[in-house]
Design a binder for this molecule. Structure first.
Ligand SMILES: [Zn+2]
Length: 463
C-alpha cells in the first residue's frame, strides 16, 4: 500500500492512499447530514457543510500530528521511518525495523496517543475560551468537535490489540516482564484478534439496532485489525532485523556475511539472537532460509503435505544467493514471506537493508556451494537428535499450528533421513562448530570475536 505522495516532513514521505478519500467523504457526510444538524439546528445548511469540511481537515492535520509523534520518537531512537500513509482506517507510520528494547517500543507506541490527548486538551480549551468570549457558534463548534474527535482517536488507539498503539504498549509490557519478544508479540497479537472480534460483534449489534453506517464501519475496522494482528505476528517471526544503519552513500563497507546452519530445532535462532545482541553498535540484519521455501499454491492442499520440506529442492536457494549478493553489493534485498500453514509464499516481501553484519540461518545454509562461497564465517550448531525433536515439536505446535502426530511422522520419514543425507555432512564446511546448541556462551563469544575481527580487518583496508 503506498498511494501518492503529498509532501515530506523531517525526511519522512507523506502518502495518501486513494481509499482515504472514502473516509474523508464519509466523515463530511455524517457531520453535515446527521451530527451538525442535531447540534446546530439554528445554522444554515451551507454553513454546516463548511463546518463539516473544516472539522475534517483539522482532524486530518491532528492525525498527521499523531503519526508524526510516533515517527519523531522512532527517529530519535535511530529507527528510520520510510513514510506515513493515510488510508481508509487512518494513518500508519512505516519504520524499517522493529524496536530493540521493550522501553523503546513503549516510548514509540505511547507517543501517538499522548499527542492526541494533548491536541484534545488544546481544542477543548479553545472551545471553552470561545464560549466565554462569545465567538461565533460555527468556530466554537469546530473546536469542540475537533477536541472530541482527538479524544476518541486517543482512546480507540489505546485498545490493547497489536498492532494498534495499545497493543504495542501491551507487547512492551509483556516483553519487559518476560524478556521474550516473540511470546510478547504472540500474546499481543492474540489479544488484538479478540479485540477485533469484539468490534465486529459490537458493529453487528449497532447495525441491527438501526445504526447501519456505524455498524458497517466497526465491522470493517474489526476485520482490518484482525488481519493486521495476524500478519504482523507472522512478519515478526520471519524477519527479525536487529538494527539497520542509515545508508551512508560513498563510504559503505562490504557486509560481513555469517551463515548459521544446523539441524531443525538445534537452537540456531538462539545462537543468532545472542550473536546479534552481542554486536549492539554494529547493526545486524538477519535472513532466515525458511523464507525461501518454494510456493506450492499450484498443488492441491493434500499434496502439499506430502512434499519433502527437508530436501534442498524444497528451497529456492538460487534466490537466496541473489539476495546475499545484493546485500554484499550494498543493495537491499526483498525477502519473501512464507506462510507455513498453507505452504504458499505471501504477496508481500520484507525489505532487508545491507547492515554491516548479515546473518543467514537455516538447516541447509552450509549445504549449498553457492551460499557457502559468499559466507565470511560458517557456523554449525550441533545438538543431539532427541533434544532437537523436542524443540521442533514445541515450535511447530505453538507457532505453525500443526498436530503432534503429523510432526512426529514427518520427523521419522523425512527429517531424520534428510538430516543424515544433507545437514550432517555440511558440518565439515564449518569454521566454528557449537556442540551445545544455543546454551554455549563461550562458543557464541568465539563467533562474536571472529565477526569483530573481520569487521576490523575490513575497516583497516579502507583507511
Ligand atoms: Zn498511533
Amino acid at each position: 500500500m503506498s498511494g501518492f505522495r503529498i509532501g515530506r516532513i523531517a525526511g519522512i514521505e507523506l502518502h495518501v492512499h486513494p481509499t482515504w478519500f472514502i473516509i474523508l467523504l464519509l466523515v463530511i457526510w455524517v457531520l453535515a447530514g446527521v451530527a451538525l444538524p442535531a447540534d446546530f439546528p439554528e445554522l444554515a445548511s451551507p454553513l454546516r457543510l463548511a463546518m463539516a469540511v473544516a472539522i475534517s481537515l483539522v482532524f486530518f492535520m491532528s492525525l498527521l500530528v499523531h503519526e508524526l509523534a510516533h515517527s519523531l520518537v522512532a527517529l530519535a531512537r535511530g529507527i528510520p521511518v520510510h513514510r506515513i500513509t493515510f488510508f481508509l482506517f487512518g494513518g500508519m507510520a512505516q519504520t524499517s525495523r522493529d524496536s530493540r528494547t521493550a522501553g523503546e517500543e513503549f516510548q514509540i507506541a505511547v507517543a501517538g496517543p499522548v499527542a492526541s490527548v494533548a491536541l484534545a486538551a488544546l481544542f477543548v480549551a479553545l472551545w471553552w475560551y470561545g464560549l466565554t468570549r462569545g465567538w461565533s457558534p460555527a468556530v466554537v463548534g469546530i473546536t469542540g468537535y475537533v477536541g472530541a474527535l482527538n479524544l476518541v482517536l486517543a482512546v480507540f488507539n489505546l485498545l490493547p490489540g497489536f498492532p494498534m498503539d495499545g497493543g504495542r504498549i501491551l507487547r512492551a509490557g509483556i516483553w519487559a516482564a518476560t524478556g521474550n519478544v516473540t511470546s510478547a508479540t504472540r500474546w499481543a497479537a492474540r489479544v488484538g484478534s479478540c479485540v477485533a472480534l469484539l468490534l465486529v460483534g459490537y458493529g453487528i449489534w449497532r447495525g441491527l439496532t438501526g445504526q447501519l453506517v456505524a455498524g458497517v464501519w466497526l465491522v470493517l475496522i474489526g476485520l482490518f485489525i484482525r488481519n493486521a494482528a495476524r500478519s504482523s505476528y507472522r512478519q515478526h517471526l520471519i524477519s527479525r532485523t536487529y538494527d539497520v544503519p542509515r545508508a551512508s552513500a560513498g563510504r559503505r563497507q562490504q557486509p560481513v556475511l555469517v551463515g548459521v546452519a544446523g539441524g531443525s530445532g538445534a537452537g540456531k535462532s538462539t545462537v543468532v539472537r545472542r550473536v546479534a545482541e552481542s554486536l549492539p553498535a554494529t547493526g545486524v540484519a538477519v535472513i532466515s532460509q525458511d523464507s525461501y521455501y518454494r510456493d506450492l499454491s499450484h498443488l492441491p492442499a493434500p499434496a502439499r503435505a506430502d512434499v519433502n520440506y527437508d530436501h534442498p529442492d524444497a528451497l529456492e536457494t538460487g534466490l537466496l544467493v541473489q539476495h546475499l549478493e545484493a546485500l554484499r553489493a550494498g543493495r537491499p534485498a526483498h525477502v519473501p514471506v512464507y506462510d507455513f500453514y498453507h505452504h504458499v509464499r505471501r504477496s508481500e516481501a520484507v525489505r532487508v537493508e545491507p547492515a554491516p553484519v548479515v546473518i543467514v540461518d537455516g538447516i541447509l545454509v552450509l549445504a549449498h556451494e553457492g551460499v557457502r562461497s559468499l559466507l565470511d564465517l560458517k557456523v554449525f550448531v550441533d545438538t543431539p537428535d532427541q533434544e532437537r525433536l523436542g524443540r521442533r515439536m514445541r515450535r511447530d505446535v505453538n507457532r505453525r499450528g500443526r498436530s503432534r502426530d503429523s510432526i512426529l511422522s514427518q520427523y521419522e520419514t523425512t527429517v531424520r533421513p534428510m538430516h543424515q543425507a544433507f545437514v550432517e555432512p555440511s558440518r565439515a564446511h564449518a569454521d566454528i562448530v557449537l556442540p551445545r546448541g544455543g546454551h554455549d556462551p563461550a562458543g557464541i563469544q568465539q563467533v562474536v570475536d571472529r565477526v569483530r575481527e573481520i569487521l576490523e580487518r575490513r575497516r583497516g583496508h579502507e583507511t
